[in-house]
Design a protein around this ligand. Structure first.
Ligand code: FO1
Length: 313
């Protein structure tokens, strides 16, 4: 049920929540009308392998490979390698499935041969049968570092997975964001877009790494076009993950309005959830849709609602 549209949609996403909207958009837009920029602030090296969790989550989701019960990793994957590491006495806290490891092996091999991360992502997407462009936000490293009360500065995956985002957050750093360069693919996508949609991913952990990139921000603001964000907060709670907890720790009330204020002038439109219809301001640059994406129909419906709204911008 491809939508007849003239719009070129650039979707900015993190991991699991963003991938859901990406799937909804993929279902209704022809591949040449949708491009996806993915957060790489979560990327890290682990046992010599380059791991890009958000990129992989998006690729596995769009190609129908994802383990749906958790929203990341490959469906029905085995853990033989992980168990072998544990048998060596390793504290293998990051759960790498065997098929998932194949992705990391291939990526690491290509990076060592001089490919860019963008080239690797395009290759993996093609091999998975994905026909739209999925690109990392930069080929330069912009790792997110998390300062916590209990453990000081942590790498992102240590904070998120090893400590299950339980430590109290004090501050965040997007290392290298000021100097990271735009890849050719991202520069072209930002010039190509007729609208930019920020998925309901965690603004501070998943979207901020891109928006803190000076080059990205400048290119985003260089053109007059709709730049809309979808709320990750519904009725004071995060749909999944640490957004609400993190907001409280940053001294913010977990509300859609606080998210809108955080994005500030980087956006000029905002999607609230229907459930918050009483509290949302009724300006013409805001809309209220069902943002919960509980199943595939709901993902498609939200994508459809956003695209119809943008068509009347
Ligand atoms: N998330 C977890 O909570 N525990 C894990 O052990 C874990 C392993 C993992 C392996 C590959 C991958 O692509 C993602 C993985 N994730 C895991 C998800 C990931 O850490 C987070 O969802 C994102 O980084 C946050 O967007």
């Amino acid at each position: 049920m491809a939508l007849n549209t003239e719009q070129n949609i650039l979707l900015l996403v993190g991991g699991v929540g963003g991938a859901k909207l990406a799937l909804g958009m993929q279902a209704i837009l022809p591949p040449e009308r949708l491009r996806i920029v993915v957060n790489t602030g979560d990327d890290f090296w682990h046992y010599g392998l380059k791991i890009c969790p958000d990129l992989d989550t998006v690729l596995y989701t769009l190609s129908g490979r994802v383990e749906r019960s958790q929203g990341w990793g490959v469906a029905n994957d085995s853990t033989t390698a992980l168990e072998a590491l544990r048998a060596y006495g390793e504290d293998a806290w990051f759960r790498l499935g065997d098929k998932d490891i194949a992705t990391h092996l291939l990526r690491t091999d290509r990076l060592r041969r001089g490919w860019t991360l963008s080239q690797v992502a395009a290759h993996l997407a093609a091999q998975m049968g994905i026909s739209l462009q999925v690109m990392p936000m930069s080929d330069d490293d912009v790792p997110t570092l998390v300062e916590t009360v209990e453990h000081g500065w942590l790498e992102f995956q240590e904070y998120f997975v090893r400590y299950r985002w339980q430590p109290t957050l004090r501050s965040l750093r997007y290392q290298g964001a000021e100097t990271a360069r735009l890849s050719q693919a991202v520069a072209e996508a930002l010039a190509w877009a007729s609208a930019v949609v920020i998925a309901p991913s965690n603004p501070w952990l998943s979207i901020a790494p891109m928006l803190h990139m000076t080059a990205f921000r400048q290119a985003l603001l260089a053109r007059e076009l709709p730049r809309v964000a979808v709320t990750p907060i519904v009725q004071g709670q995060a749909i999944k993950g640490p957004t609400a907890k993190l907001m409280r720790e940053l001294g913010l009330e977990p509300s859609p309005q606080a998210v809108r204020d955080y994005y500030g002038a980087l956006i000029n439109g905002f999607v609230y959830d229907l459930r918050d219809a009483q509290v949302q301001p009724h300006d013409k640059r805001s809309a209220a849709f069902d943002t919960m994406m509980v199943d595939n129909n709901a993902k498609v419906r939200l994508a459809q609602d956003i695209l119809s709204w943008l068509a009347e911008w």
